[in-house]
Design a protein around this ligand. Structure first.
Ligand code: SF4
Length: 326
């Protein structure tokens, strides 16, 4: 079956006055219609740059895709006019940004903001039809439709996040890119929000890439998982491959060890020591080598992804590749 998203050998660089930052290096990824993928890693791992490349919103004049291809719903995103891409934002792909306030216009009512997206993508519909759809979107995210005449500041943080989701879902995109949509919220609201996104995603058969540093969130919501480290995918598989296995990349293992367990003293929390690889250096060999307790000279050579199970890939020399490689 045709895939919704196919990324091959994607590399992204940021050119600043001081240096070049290699944000993403040789990334491959596939996502089917309706599938959910958790993109996990620390700040600076390249998760957001990957998402911004997909929706073609890398900071202009600074961020560049330097190699690779991105096919989204049959469209070659890197070789398509901006006007077509603009139409795809909202109708094919939507992004939920980290900070709800930056995504909402403070001087427009929330109803008008949902309406604005709908109007762009459904110019043929009457005002009454669009109004009805605004009401429906408000109710869908659990806010009474009569509040559509209010402004963003009249809502709590959790409510604002719901409105951002309503705006993102208004045109029923085929893919949602959700960049840590819950970090600013307290734990209870966080759980509700994730439940809501998951529920909507299932009802509308929307695919989702959830960007997070939180493995617990991924376990609850995602079918596939990609772990990124310093611009590279270092592990990729189904949620079972990652969560129910004894084969894990040492970095992924470190992420698991860093999760505080209930009933355990906090001082048992084992942070991953060391700094992430310098992003201004072009990668050579394993980027995790400076922090890895298993590192040897061999690790400094190029490390390809190795297939260790039917759907499980790890970029580390410790694992024997499966005989029947892909
Ligand atoms: Fe550690 Fe070497 Fe594996 Fe990298 S390739 S994670 S340094 S053992």
């Amino acid at each position: 079956k045709e895939k919704l998203l196919k990324i091959q050998d994607l590399s992204v660089e940021y050119d600043t006055e001081i240096s070049t930052v290699y944000a993403v290096n040789g990334l491959d990824m596939e996502l089917g219609y309706g599938e959910t993928l958790g993109l996990v890693g620390e700040t600076g791992a390249g998760k957001t740059s990957t998402a911004l490349s997909i929706i073609q919103l890398l900071p202009e004049g600074i961020g560049f895709v330097t190699s690779g291809s991105i096919q989204l719903d049959g469209v070659d995103m890197l070789n398509t006019p901006e006007e077509t891409i603009r139409k795809m934002r909202g109708s094919t792909v939507s992004m939920i940004f980290q900070d709800p306030m930056s995504a909402l216009n403070p001087v427009m009512t929330v109803g008008a903001q949902i309406m604005e997206v709908l109007k762009i993508h459904h110019p043929e519909q009457s005002r009454a039809q669009l109004e009805a759809r605004v009401d429906e979107m408000m109710e869908l995210v659990g806010i009474p439709a009569k509040r559509k005449t209010e402004y963003p500041h009249q809502f709590s943080g959790g409510m604002k996040q719901r409105i951002v989701i309503a705006v993102a879902l208004a045109c029923e995109p085929k893919l949602i890119l959700a960049d840590e949509p819950t970090t600013a919220l307290d734990v209870t609201i966080q759980a509700q929000m994730l439940g809501l996104i998951n529920d909507l995603q299932k009802r509308l058969n929307t695919a989702m890439i959830l960007i997070t540093h939180d493995l617990g969130v991924v376990a609850q919501t995602c079918e596939k998982v990609m772990v990124m480290y310093a611009g590279e995918a270092i592990e990729y598989g189904t949620a079972e491959d990652i969560f129910e296995t004894d084969q894990r990349h040492p970095y992924t293992q470190g992420l698991f060890n860093a999760i505080p367990k209930l009933n355990e003293e906090c001082d048992r929390l084992e942070a991953i020591e060391g700094m992430m690889a310098d992003p201004t250096q072009k990668p050579k060999g394993c980027r995790f080598a400076d922090r890895c307790k298993y590192a040897t000279a061999e690790c400094r050579a190029q490390q390809p992804m190795r297939q260790v199970g039917p759907t499980h890939y790890i970029r580390c020399r410790l694992f024997d590749p499966m005989q029947s490689a892909r």
